[in-house]
Design a protein around this ligand. Structure first.
Ligand SMILES: [Zn+2]
Length: 123
């Protein structure tokens, strides 16, 4: 479900001062900046990073929250993003993946998540 550009909030791009902090690691400074800019979603993103909940498959990034959520660029499969935010602002998972791309803070899996999903459905 692609989202038309005109509906997008410019906040989808992480501000430079936040990426600069992220380059230095998961510091309190980064935590404060995420909280200030994105509220509780920013805080949650920081916790996902801190708890090592971001996985990179060959096809998608996946964030492990209550469920596993697929994140691809500016899209996430969670309810918060699709229902509350109506795809117009980034959810905690999208933020976590964007920061993880800067810090390298994700686990790499040498397989396709889509295969894992199909296995799960067929069981
Ligand atoms: Zn999400």
């Amino acid at each position: 479900m692609p989202i038309p550009n005109r509906l997008r909030d410019k906040e989808f791009t992480i501000p430079e001062d936040i990426t600069k902090s992220a380059e230095k690691g998961l510091s309190y400074e980064l935590y404060k900046k995420l909280l200030f800019k994105y509220g509780k979603r920013g805080e949650k993103a920081f916790i996902y990073l801190k708890e090592d909940r971001i996985k990179k498959y060959l096809d998608f990034f996946v964030v492990v929250g209550e469920n596993e959520y697929i994140v691809e660029d500016d899209f996430c499969t969670c309810r918060d993003f699709q229902i509350n935010l109506k795809g117009r602002k980034p959810c905690a998972h999208i933020l976590a993946v964007k920061i993880a791309k800067v810090t390298g803070g994700y686990r790499k899996y040498n397989k396709y998540y889509i295969d894992y999903m199909i296995d799960k459905r067929l069981r």
